[in-house]
Design a protein around this ligand. Structure first.
Ligand SMILES: [Fe+2]
Ligand SMILES: [Fe+2]
Length: 185
């Protein structure tokens, strides 16, 4: 269970790296493929907001029921809500750019950078504070209990799974082909 969540984090971290690179290019007035940014946000909404975060909420909820730590549970839930809002806001801005509506570039760059920082801080918080707590206290029987409930919550990853969804084909090609990523806008 934690292995899959950590794998998700690794994948998300890579996508955040792509966004960082796009912000860097925009700052230097270089061409950027906004459809890729849009795909990343779409993935974050389709997979992270709808599967990864709910699994974490449920898993940590179980932990707290048994071992109590209401403070962290509240923070986790609030952060997940904030991240979903950040996805919505950035998705809106990128849709405007793709529709040729005027979006001030410095503002957009700042929004992407703030988004990346927020997402990275969240990953770090979970890796350093949430996962270790569960790992320390959960025994075999705890895992068996939560796994029955959590396994159905996992949907197929539309980007990183073997097949992947057709709509993410371009993004998949981009992240799988480093040489392409280097020269592509
Ligand atoms: Fe999370
Ligand atoms: Fe997470």
């Amino acid at each position: 269970m934690l292995t899959r969540l950590r794998q998700d984090h690794h994948n998300i971290g890579m996508l955040l790296g792509v966004l960082e690179d796009k912000a860097y290019k925009l700052k230097r007035n270089q061409k950027v493929n906004f459809s890729l940014i849009s795909d990343i946000i779409e993935y974050m909404q389709q997979y992270t907001d709808r599967c990864h975060h709910p699994v974490e909420d449920t898993l940590y909820g179980h932990y707290c029921q048994q071992f109590g730590n209401q403070e962290d549970l509240e923070r986790l839930t609030v952060e997940h809500e904030r991240l979903a809002q950040a996805n919505e806001m950035l998705s809106h801005s990128i849709t405007m750019v793709l529709s040729d509506l005027m979006v001030p570039m410095p503002q957009l760059i700042e929004e992407i950078e703030r988004y990346v920082t927020l997402q990275q801080a969240h990953l770090q918080y979970e890796e350093q504070h949430i996962f270790p707590q569960i790992e320390q206290k959960f025994v075999e029987s705890d895992w068996r209990k939560v796994e029955t409930e959590l396994t159905p919550l996992f949907i197929q990853d539309p980007l990183f799974s073997e097949e992947g969804a057709a709509e993410f084909r371009a993004l998949k090609q981009y992240i799988n082909d480093e040489t392409y990523a280097e020269v592509a806008p």
